[in-house]
Design a protein around this ligand. Sequence first.
Ligand SMILES: *[C@@H]1O[C@H](CO)[C@@H](O)[C@H](O)[C@H]1NC(C)=O
Ligand SMILES: *[C@@H]1O[C@H](CO)[C@@H](O)[C@H](O)[C@H]1NC(C)=O
Ligand SMILES: *[C@@H]1O[C@H](CO)[C@@H](O)[C@H](O)[C@H]1NC(C)=O
Length: 438
Amino acid sequence: MQRCALTLVLAFSSAALALDNGLMRTPPMGWLAWERFRCDIDCQNDPQNCISETLFTDMADRLAEDGWRELGYVYINIDDCWSSKERDNQGRLQADPKRFPRGIPRLSRYIHDRGLKLGIYGDIGTHTCGGYPGTTLDKVQTDAQTFADWGIDMLKLDGCYSNSTYQELGYPMMSKALNATGRPIGYSCSWPAYQGGLPPKVNYTQLGQICNLWRNYADIQDSWDSVLGIVDWFFENQDVLQPAAGPGQWNDPDMLLIGDFGLSLDQSRAQMALWAIMAAPLFMSNDLRTISSGARAILQNKVAIGINQDQRGVQGRRLIKEKSGIEVYLRPLSNGASALVFFSRRTDMPYRYMTSLKTLGYTAGVYEAFDVFPEKRLPELKDTTEFVVSVNPSGVVMWYIYPAADWWKGAEPSRFSEKLIGPKFHRYANEAYAPLVL
Ligand SMILES: *[C@@H]1O[C@H](CO)[C@@H](O)[C@H](O)[C@H]1NC(C)=O
Ligand SMILES: *[C@@H]1O[C@H](CO)[C@@H](O)[C@H](O)[C@H]1NC(C)=O
Ligand SMILES: *[C@@H]1O[C@H](CO)[C@@H](O)[C@H](O)[C@H]1NC(C)=O
């Protein structure tokens, strides 16, 4: 067993100088087309699922009407394959006229009218990954201005058909060009993913100064293997990645698969929990028109969202990796609170893991905890109290935990306690203690 309790406090640093556009002080949330809808451009035969204005207006309706927007899921983001294969006669990008007959400005108005924000996609290279016109260096200013003129709120800039010299010039150049438009546009950089994601090739100090979020690693696919591969890479490299994140600048382990085909409900809870620990952007890529109630409940879990959106913006870390296949993750939150995740890599049956808060590095005292997915308050815990959590195979137990005394002193209200779970949490807090699962 590896324990790092003693270094707990020192190990959690957060980044300083963020990109100064005032955006994304907490990880951005919304919906992104790519993982679920890819480059389906066959609107003749597959009108419901092709990349077209209908897809985005349908999803915007769902975000606005089904309770997503109020929880913070406000971005609706176009990915590759939206544009025409040719720029217009003034050298500007233009939407495919058949699939977006009313153009992006009209779509943008539709999205804004519903209290949502619109994201778009480009590529710093000769072509996008799907073979559409790229943004070569001479086109950076033009494209930034076009996006601003259209009322775009976020840009994902990919890095296909490019190289390291080109990216080193292009990503900072686009950051300046977006700023020069005067329109606040969230900026997602795929740069590190094309350079192996690690120093010395990747400079996270610089990324924090030019981008609001960045894709560090490979694209997510609709499978548990893909989620595990991403989790492994991010936590094996946590000493490099964790300090890079902070308000306005986030590591992006890629989209949420919850509601698609590859994950069980336990695996879906695990993705939600680990993305909350990572302070990851929460971009769903699913079909909100047909999503199951089980997937919806996980994505709309207010405490999980509250943990993800904690205003301190400190990314969490893996604390313990047991031989048994149980792992423990921790993220420090506002008001002396924290989030704990117990994750099982086992493939047999629910595993009864015994530990104590003291073992996990908590300071002496009395704590209260809330079990996030069953939405259940737990009995008061002393740091020395030994407890058992039962963790399902490829599942998690996630706790929101805080010092009992501090909570009742009425610590400074945070977005977490007030806006998201305030009344509900207080209701649970006043109920009789639930028995601890033993
Ligand atoms: C542009 O950058 C300046 C200085 O960093 C900042 O004050 C300003 O808010 C930025 N404007 C936009 C639109 O991002
Ligand atoms: C990088 O890509 C640009 C644009 O395609 C090209 O002009 C340049 O020669 C490439 N540089 C290298 C080192 O391959
Ligand atoms: C990384 O970027 C920062 C900010 O741009 C710069 O000051 C620093 O020298 C860079 N580090 C390396 C190793 O290049």
